[in-house]
Design a protein around this ligand. Structure first.
Ligand code: DGJ
Length: 499
């Protein structure tokens, strides 16, 4: 949801029906510290209750975003009684000693206040929701990270920076020495794998070391919240990151956030956090997915750019990355949800949801994105070779002459030997066998259809022109659909002529 939407129940009134029309099953909703604890120690959860009840009425699940100490690095959601008492609740400082619009992570008062509010929130959610599980996960804070400098120069931070590096981190590094993220391993190796010393002695003097230091301290701060929250209500908790713009250094981008190169530091410092996740606004979604979908990090995308093509990206991440979810930001921002392209994709994904869950992690699914830069990709799935091409490679659409092609996306599920569900838009697939034995993959049957109440309902048989006379499976550009295809294997036998 947009940042401010959930702060007003009357604003939300019209939003629920939009979410339903977009065919969502879950929505990420901020809960704002300033609104639930307007005066110190006095909590008002009425807005939380209403949001939960309304989600339930609309058959939606909630992922709570805890907008506590930090939101996009800043502290805009802390209550007024904190904002106005900088002595008790100190701010982070830049390298010239200037106080910033963000709480420092190096203050017990700051930590205790946030932890108390978060713990109360989780206690309340447990009370009203444990039996229902409308709230299924919680994101703690939002896009944490230090800007505009790579580390905090608050007094206490300077002291801790000069002290010895925590044993807990060193132990983690030693235990995972052969399996560390390369950036961290290289920094540690360059300084001789030291087991003690200050941050700069162990990792060298650089912005990267400043960043490691911040990552550790954000992680141990968040760990305190996660631990306290899970004690009240043990549901998955995660953190999200603003990604790195090309050429940017720590401090230019939020330094120390839960980024892939800092995955080990976050794991060591915040073991109660179940996973780290990316907010992907950049076009190179495949690369960022690879970076987060590794080393057993459960995969989830809490934010992505809200654009028509987001639906294509959803097909890709569900098919290729076993994602738990894909969440375009400010999803309610549409005047015409029935016609919204994202809604069309989610309709298809919702139909496939049981099949997706059944096949996650089993190498039975694939997801592919194609455009003018990457026009085709061959994959092997279920023992067949699938050449997946952009619809425009056929040259049948006049738009194929354009320099740029719209993004096409497909999610393929292998449901039985030689049988596939293919869902998406703007693709053509040719099937081949993987054997070198003169065999060819033919199409035995191919239908368009829908899955309703768990049952496949066939629509048109895609014979004739729709499959170029059984040559391929095609879902044209701007058509969103599911097709079910069953392959047959044919052999071309070389016949020896007599004489
Ligand atoms: C990323 C943040 O996490 C969101 O809360 C929001 O500010 C978006 N950026 C806006 O693009």
């Amino acid at each position: 949801m947009g940042n401010s939407s959930a702060s007003s129940l009357s604003y939300m009134k019209n939003v629920w029906s939009t979410l339903v029309k977009l065919n969502l099953n879950t929505v990420l909703i901020p809960i704002y510290w300033e609104l639930i604890e307007p005066s110190e120690g006095e909590f008002d959860f009425s807005i939380v209750d209403s949001l939960i009840y309304q989600a339930r009425e609309n058959n939606l699940r909630i992922v709570v975003l805890w907008f506590g100490s930090w939101k996009n690095s800043m502290s805009c959601y802390v209550p007024e009684w904190i904002k106005t008492d900088q002595k008790r609740f100190p701010r982070a400082r830049d390298n010239k000693g200037n106080a910033l619009e963000m709480l420092t992570a190096f203050s017990d008062n700051n930590l205790h206040a946030d932890r108390k509010a978060f713990q109360q929130l989780m206690k309340h959610i447990a009370k009203v929701d444990k039996a229902h599980s409308t709230v299924i996960m919680v994101q703690i804070e939002n896009e944490i990270g230090m800007i505009p400098v790579a580390r905090d120069y608050f007094n206490e931070a300077n002291i801790v920076f000069r002290q010895g590096i925590p044993m807990k981190l060193i132990n983690y590094l030693e235990e995972n020495k052969d399996n560390l993220m390369p950036e961290l391993r290289d920094l540690w190796a360059a300084n001789g794998y030291r087991k003690e010393g200050s941050w700069e002695e162990v990792f060298g003097k650089s912005k990267s070391t400043d960043e490691l230091f911040m990552a550790w301290h954000y992680a141990i701060f968040v760990e305190e919240l996660a631990k306290a929250g899970k004690k009240e209500h043990d549901i998955p908790m995660f953190v999200n990151a603003a990604l790195i713009r090309e050429g940017y250094e720590p401090g230019q981008y939020p330094s120390g956030g839960p980024l892939p190169h800092l995955m080990d530091v976050w794991r060591a410092g915040a073991p109660s956090i179940d996973f780290i996740s990316p907010d992907i606004y950049f076009p190179d979604i495949e690369e960022w997915c690879r970076k987060y979908d590794q080393k057993g990090n459960p995969f989830f995308i809490p934010e992505a750019r809200r654009e028509g093509e987001a639906g294509m990206k959803a097909f890709y991440v569900f098919g290729n990355h076993n994602t738990m979810g894909f969440s375009p930001f400010s999803i309610e921002s549409t005047d015409n949800p029935e016609e919204d392209l994202i809604g069309k994709s989610y309709d298809i994904i919702c139909q496939l949801v049981s099949l997706i869950l059944e096949n996650q992690g089993k190498e039975k699914m694939a997801g592919i994105l194609l455009d003018h830069n990457k026009k085709q990709e061959e994959i092997v799935l279920g023992g067949y070779k699938l050449m997946v091409k952009h619809d425009f490679t056929l040259g049948w659409s006049p738009k194929a002459k354009n320099e740029t092609w719209p993004l096409s996306g497909v999610l393929i599920i292998n449901i039985a030997p030689g049988e596939f569900y293919v869902a998406g838009s703007g693709i053509v697939i040719n099937f081949k066998t993987t054997k070198d034995d003169n065999s060819k993959a033919g199409i035995a049957r191919m239908d368009e259809g829908e899955i309703r109440d768990g049952k496949w309902i066939s629509g048109r048989s895609m014979n004739g022109d729709q499959s170029h006379q059984w040559r391929h499976l095609r879902i044209p550009e701007s058509v969103y659909s599911i097709q079910k295809v069953r392959l047959s294997v044919i052999f071309s036998v070389k016949v020896k002529r007599a004489g």
